[in-house]
Design a protein around this ligand. Structure first.
Ligand code: GLC
Length: 657
């Protein structure tokens, strides 16, 4: 348990959900309060016994309403309402904290004391009210700066009087606000600015987003501490020879999880990375297929366990091993391709690559041989869980089209109710479809040819094929390192790339969509997985620009960097759910891919924002399975291995730089 601090601040932001209500709008006062308080914590309150908790108001409104708090943002000091409905007055707050702590040093910081309440500005003056955390503000300042316009900037996060001015001028607290010759411009309205300032079209300098103030920064010492915490998570989840995704809900060995986990180990204990991958491939079937779960024989109560999968029906499972009967995205070649570079013992790394290369090749061969029924160089999945994105909105329509149900759908539902927190896990209606699909697989004895002919769910996924494409490239690199002929891998990568661009790219929308082979249609859902081809270098430069434009115009927080990292589903979709797994939350593995992808197409700052935000999330809230994009609250499993492993990877790269 964490020690109670003498002063506990709690900020209730306008966010969250209650029963069927969900807050989707942002509240500027809440955002500003958040920035101010975070800043106070790292500046004036650093080393003081003060804690700050940010909570979504609607989830917690009943806790606060009986104390008189009903209008977010609500700030409480040791449980008592200090302010509500507006940004808290910082000088008063500091004095209050000073009183409780008997600490006279907590006087108002310089600017707030000295700044006069400006009610009158000079007619000729240009005043900009801004907050450093607001991207439109920074764009505006950048625009004025690069066009040689002189202005006085007033930061509403540190100046009480600036906030009062804004409220008086606009009737509410909205930023940015520009006052030019008595005219008030709300927001970054380039056209009006241009007119009022008399900037001609020829002279106008465009704006470049400068996100220095938004990107969280860490010192090397801070990074090393977070790195250590991440290592502790992997330590905690480790069993003999492999690592559980988490020790409550996921006590077995999961396919793509182990790939990500090995990437983390590679940085500080390469031998363990190799052992992780070896353990996973112990479960490889004779046809090359790699199951999504290798069961831990010591946990017999997990559901759905080996009895439900009937993997033995296939006659292809290695003896003495229990596995599921579906796979997951083949991330492994990419995760371990840097072994020789990262392992100080080069000989050991080479001998591992030599051992694992044929198994990886066999896995990739499997996909091309058995999962590309139309011979299009696009592999398909036969269950939503094979995508790794179990509950994504992508599967809604294909699942809805399945009308059959399985013999054991009911028992599966009951078990699910027992083990999973309702609300954050799959909807009951889908569970019977999931079970039906599994039943069809084992009734066909995992005969992939037959399955491709009679199975009701066969999807060519963007994420899956992008990951396979990149893995082929990395397998090619591995082959070269080992002195083998790499051409088959580069050729295959090239073929998948062409096929993705040809079949999965929607020219009108400027984005990639999954294709439902059974119903012969694209699945037009605006998920972040549509952007995975960037990671594998699939679009050429021009197409990449188009894809990035699409990303910018959708609600993935790209334009304003105004959520904690990139959500998994477009936040403007009516069925976006920020806390429901794969239907909105931030996932570290997906953000890790997106950050690398957009960097390759020139979005360096944005990519840095994502990567540093992931580290900040882990630091602030812990190593969760996923996070609420609005509040940053950790969701799902705590101490989740792939979150820890990929944060290790990000930090290791930063420290090396
Ligand atoms: C969930 C995720 C899946 C992951 C598994 C174990 O089922 O959707 O991607 O592999 O948990 O962490």
């Amino acid at each position: 348990m964490t020690k109670k601090k003498a002063v506990e601040l709690t900020l209730y932001r306008y966010a969250g959900k209650y029963l069927f209500f969900r807050i989707k709008k942002r509240c500027k006062e809440c955002d500003i309060s958040y920035v101010i308080l975070q800043r106070l914590m790292t500046e004036q309150l650093h080393r003081k016994p003060v804690s700050l908790r940010i909570v979504p108001w609607l989830d917690n409104f009943w806790k606060i309403i009986w104390r008189g708090g009903w209008h977010a943002p609500i700030l409480t000091v040791n449980g008592k309402v200090f302010s509500q409905g507006r940004v808290p007055e910082i000088p008063k707050l500091l004095s209050k904290i000073g009183e409780i702590l008997n600490d006279t040093s907590l006087i108002q910081p310089g600017e707030m004391q000295t700044e006069k309440a400006t009610s009158a500005y000079k007619e000729s003056e240009i005043i900009v009210y801004f907050s450093p955390a607001c991207p439109h503000c920074r764009q505006l300042l950048e625009y004025l700066g690069s066009n040689g316009i002189k202005y006085s900037g007033r930061d509403v996060t540190i100046s009480e009087s600036a906030r009062q001015d804004v409220e008086r001028l606009t009737g509410r607290l909205t930023i940015p606000v520009v006052v030019i010759k008595g005219e008030i411009i709300k927001g970054f309205d380039r056209k009006r600015l241009k007119n009022l300032l008399g900037i001609s079209a020829d002279d106008e300098k465009p704006v470049k987003l400068d996100s220095r103030n938004i990107i969280p920064h860490f010192t090397d010492t801070q990074l090393s501490k977070i790195y250590q915490k991440a290592k502790n998570v992997l330590e905690k989840n480790q069993l003999k020879g492999w690592t559980m995704p988490s020790n409550r809900l996921y006590p077995h060995l999961w396919n793509w999880d182990s790939g990500f986990i090995s990437r983390g180990y590679l940085h500080y204990d390469p031998e363990r990375a190799y052992t992780e991958i070896r353990s996973l491939f112990r479960g490889q079937w004779s046809d090359g297929f790699l199951p999504h779960i290798i069961f831990n024989p010591e946990y017999t109560h997990h559901f759905p366990g080996p009895d439900y999968w009937n993997a033995d029906n296939s006659g292809k499972v290695p003896s003495g091993i229990f596995t599921s009967g579906i796979s997951q995205p083949p991330v492994h070649a990419t995760m371990i391709v840097d072994s020789v570079k990262l392992d100080p013992n080069k000989e050991r790394a080479l001998s591992f690559l030599k051992e694992i290369y044929p198994k990886l090749k066999k896995l990739h061969d499997f996909y091309f041989t058995w999962r590309d029924p139309e011979a299009e160089n696009l592999v398909s999945i036969v269950h939503p869980w094979e995508s790794g994105l179990d509950n994504a909105p992508l599967w809604d329509e294909p699942l809805a089209a399945i009308t059959d149900t399985s013999e054991w759908a009911l028992s599966m539902q009951e078990k699910y109710d027992e083990i999973a927190e309702q609300g954050e896990r799959p909807k009951r209606t889908y569970i019977e479809k999931y079970s039906y699909l599994i039943e069809n697989l084992y009734k066909n004895n995992y005969d992939w040819k037959k399955i491709s002919e009679n199975h009701p769910f066969i999807i060519q996924g963007v994420l899956f094929n992008s990951i396979l494409c990149k893995s082929e490239l990395d397998l090619g690199k591995m082959a070269e390192t080992l002195g083998y002929d790499a051409s088959i891998h580069y050729e295959r990568a090239d073929k998948i790339k062409t096929a993705i661009n040809k079949k999965l790219f929607d020219e009108t929308e400027g984005i990639y969509y999954n294709f439902d082979l059974k119903h012969q249609r694209h699945i037009k859902r605006d998920t972040i997985f549509s952007y995975m081809p960037l990671f594998a270098g699939i679009p050429d430069k021009d197409m990449g620009e188009v894809v990035l434009d699409t990303l910018r115009t959708h609600c993935f927080c790209i334009a304003d960097m105004d959520c904690v990292a990139i959500p998994s589903y477009d936040m403007c979709q009516v069925d976006f759910e920020g806390e429901f797994y794969w239907r909105g939350p931030v996932w570290v593995n997906i953000n890790w891919y997106i950050a690398q992808g957009i960097r390759q197409y020139g979005e360096v700052e944005l990519s840095e924002w994502i990567e540093n935000s992931l580290i900040a999330l882990a630091d602030r809230y812990g190593f969760y399975e996923y996070y609420d994009p609005d509040s940053g609250r950790g969701l799902g499993e705590k101490d989740f291995s792939w979150t820890a492993a990929l944060v290790i990877d990000l930090i290791a790269q930063k420290l090396r730089k």
